[in-house]
Ligand binder design. Structure first.
Ligand code: HEM
Length: 407
């Protein structure tokens, strides 16, 4: 039976490193593990033996099953170099580390604020902000770092829009968030930026309560949330929405530059943008790994997961499962990539996904239309990758273009 230890493969550590020269493909070992057994024992860095899910259907099932908890204090960290043993519980306002019913309360309050009207308003803003940054790139001229010039500031300003940060406070906000994403920042600078940002958000909450404006944070002040909760949620939205979108824009552009026929298809057909964004999300799976803990014994895929076991879900492996996506390792913007798990699945599925989609649907086509000759300014292997981090991406993306082509 499933419980017989002899029938089980040896626990393996989580394969994590993308191969040099293959910055878009999950570690090759994941494909082998998925083929052998899509749910199998895994050894965590702290010695705990739990599980690793790599198949699309089993990853999806785990994410949708309330018998698996997201509470940080029940989880073990799956990536090497992280904290050992159980994690500290979620800070106030962090939705990803809590379960129902606490989670449900926050989730309902927040979901009600990501309205169609708000998204439409934000679409107009992202179009303007994108155009402004492309103008600035053109004025600056080649070559430049696309992360600094475009991929980071556009989503940073969109979070400011969402939270209603006033134009006069934006520079400070952006300086702190840029520091948080900077590969050169030391631990002390990171800590200082985090503290400063939390302070900015707290002041913002107080200001919005006194003088509400037309933004999500002001909307939330009319709920029964306390200032502490609002400040926590504001900081969490910043953390959840910035690095993710910025790295999708950075790594996504890198992937399009390495697949010029796909970039050309996007440039030639603006109607392709919606589909293209889903395929880039699937193909890149930047939020590559999730973690849950079994609250009770669960039988799944012929295995018995015991209460207390940690289960790591490999989103990047699931999104390359050939049983779900034929020819999964090919970037094909014409593919229907619906059903990918790159925004998560189940109760914790990304709350900001409509905003993230709007940003990407606007930004990718606009960038490639404005700079038809956009290309890497360094050999691809010299692009510094974010590896062994929660969110995959690029630290910098040096690009260049022919100035005669833009106008
Ligand atoms: C949750 C990915 C953009 C807000 C998640 C989860 C994933 C994810 C995988 C699920 C985590 C889990 O199951 O534990 C992404 C990616 C993005 C993106 C790849 C960009 C391309 C955004 C934006 C916002 C946002 C722009 C808002 C400003 C959230 C929130 C949650 C979340 C609030 C927590 C939901 C919950 O736990 O109920 N995101 N996200 N995300 N995301 Fe996003």
């Amino acid at each position: 039976t499933a419980q017989e230890a002899a029938a089980q493969p040896e626990p393996v550590p989580l394969p994590l490193t993308r191969a040099a020269g293959c910055p878009f493909d999950p570690p090759a070992e994941l494909a082998e593990l998925r083929e052998q057994q899509p749910l199998r024992p895994m050894r965590y860095p702290d010695g705990h033996v739990g599980w690793l899910a790599t198949g699309h259907s089993v990853v999806r099932a785990i994410a949708a099953d309330p018998r698996f908890s997201s509470r940080y204090e029940l989880l073990r960290y799956p990536l090497p170099g992280g904290p050992e043993g159980a994690l500290p519980p979620a800070t106030l306002g962090d939705l990803t580390g809590i379960d129902a019913p606490e989670h449900t309360r926050y989730r309902r309050l927040l979901a009600g604020k990501f309205t169609v009207r708000r998204m439409r308003q934000l679409t107009a803003r992202v179009e303007q902000i994108t155009a402004d940054h492309l103008d600035a790139m053109e004025r600056q001229g080649p070559a430049l770092d696309l992360v600094q010039a475009f991929a980071h500031p556009v989503p940073a300003l969109m979070i400011c829009e969402l939270l209603g940060v006033s134009p006069s406070d934006r520079a400070a906000f952006q300086a702190h968030t840029a520091m948080l994403s900077s590969p050169e920042a030391g631990p002390e600078e990171l800590m200082a930026a985090m503290t400063a940002l939390a302070e900015c958000v707290r002041e913002l909450v107080v200001a919005k309560r006194a003088h509400p404006t037309d933004d999500l944070l002001s909307d939330l002040t009319t709920s029964d949330l306390t200032d502490d909760e609002l400040a926590g949620i504001g900081s969490f939205l910043l953390a959840a929405g910035l690095d993710t979108t910025a790295n999708m824009l950075g790594l996504g552009t890198f992937a399009l530059l390495r697949n010029p026929e796909q970039a050309a298809a996007l440039r030639g057909d603006p109607g392709l943008a919606d589909q293209a964004v889903e395929e880039l999300m699937r193909y890149l799976s930047i939020a590559h790994t999730g973690v849950r803990a079994a609250l009770e014994d669960v039988e799944l895929d012929g295995q018995l997961i015991k209460a207390g076991d940690t289960v790591t879900v490999s989103v990047e492996a699931a999104n390359r499962d050939p049983l779900k996506f034929p020819d999964p390792d090919t970037l094909d913007l014409h593919r229907k990539a619906t059903g990918h798990l790159a925004f998560g699945h189940g109760a914790h599925q990304c709350l900001g996904q409509q905003l993230a989609r709007v940003e990407m649907r606007v930004a990718f086509p606009a960038l490639f239309r404005r700079f038809p000759t956009l290309r890497l300014a360094v050999p691809p292997e010299d692009v510094p990758l974010r590896d062994a981090m929660n969110i995959r991406g690029v630290h910098r993306l040096p690009v260049t273009w022919d100035t005669s082509d833009t106008w």
